[in-house]
Design a binder for this molecule. Structure first.
Ligand SMILES: [Zn+2]
Length: 323
């Protein structure tokens, strides 16, 4: 991903138009506003500029937010309207990065990010405006065992309990970044099912598919997409044998339909470590691995995470852990 240097001013009309009309191109928009305020006796107040890198700025996408300071910062914080941004220093002492997710159901329109940097005795604020483009996801018709479409009343307490458990697990944001280096797909097989597809199951319209499915014969080893801590390892009604890895800073991997789980809650996993074997458990029409990614409250496309923070991305230089 080639990145140009920061420049002041609002994004160009051409770039904005591209973001609105295309959800395919890598888009790099640069800083939307710079402000400084000196709070100490530093000879020159620190300045901060904000830019971002994304495949596209639309629902389901991961956005890397980059803050560049004029002097090495002691801390960089920020927030979007929905959540805190967790910045970590990169190998470049002037550059900090945070990962922002745009939820699959996010409305099109402007989103303002606010970033604050502190260096020595001075501090600076900047705003950065994203424009979320509209996106329509395709529909697919599938047929499954009717008991999974309309679960029997006897299973409702379990389903409700698991939904609450899942929400509780994903609501806990680890205050440290646990991942390091690039993310990688959990199995070598190709992705077979697009994120966001709306399923019409046995003729009934369902909620969108919030993960990506990968071809994987039963028994294929499943690797942790990056380092983290196991926060769920359990057999669930819909997703079958399931493992959730907390990568820290609100980033989670959800791996479903396994035939075997090899990790327990509390286990620390390294990138690439086998967490189980793929299978055909839960609500499923054939063997495959389902991988979902959360970034804070946002349900995002794992392929977008790989595009921005994977091996081929050339971005995501976050190396230093900041708690
Ligand atoms: Zn799936």
């Amino acid at each position: 991903m080639p990145a140009t240097g920061p420049r002041a001013g609002r994004p160009s009309g051409a770039s904005t138009a591209q973001a609105v009309t295309s959800c395919a191109a890598i888009v790099l928009l640069l800083c939307a506003g710079i402000g400084t305020r000196a709070s100490g006796v530093a000879a020159e107040p620190v300045r901060v500029t904000v830019s971002h890198v994304a495949r596209a700025v639309c629902p389901g996408e991961v956005v890397l937010v980059r803050a560049t300071t004029s002097a090495p910062a002691d801390a960089v914080t920020g927030r979007s309207p929905a959540e805190a941004l967790h910045f970590a220093r990169t190998v470049d002492p002037l550059v900090w990065e945070a990962v922002l997710g745009i939820d699959i159901s996010a409305k099109a329109g402007p989103v303002r990010l606010i970033v604050h940097a502190q260096a020595g005795g001075s501090a600076a604020d900047a705003t950065h405006d994203l424009v979320v483009a509209p996106k329509t996801f395709p529909a697919r018709r599938i047929t499954v065992d009717p008991k999974f479409v309309d679960p029997p009343a006897s299973e409702m307490p379990r389903i409700q309990r698991e939904a609450k458990q899942m929400a509780a697990v994903l609501a806990v944001v680890s205050p440290a970044r646990l991942w390091s280096g690039p993310f990688a797909a959990p199995v070598p097989g190709p992705a077979t099912s697009a994120f966001g597809r709306i399923s019409i199951i046995n003729g009934q319209r369902r909620t969108p598919h919030t993960g990506t499915d990968f071809q994987a014969a039963v028994g294929t080893p499943i690797s942790a997409p990056n380092a983290g801590t196991v926060v769920l390892s359990e057999a669930l009604y819909f997703s079958g044998e399931t493992v959730i890895v907390d990568h820290g800073f609100g980033v989670f991997s959800f791996l479903a339909h396994l035939s075997r789980r090899d990790v327990a809650v509390g286990d620390a996993v390294r990138a690439g470590m086998v967490v189980g074997l793929s299978g055909v458990t839960g609500r499923i029409t054939g063997p495959h691995l389902h991988w979902s990614v959360r970034v804070g409250p946002a349900r995002v496309d794992p392929m977008s995470l790989l595009a921005i923070l994977g091996k081929q991305s050339g971005t995501g230089r976050i190396l230093e852990r900041v708690s």
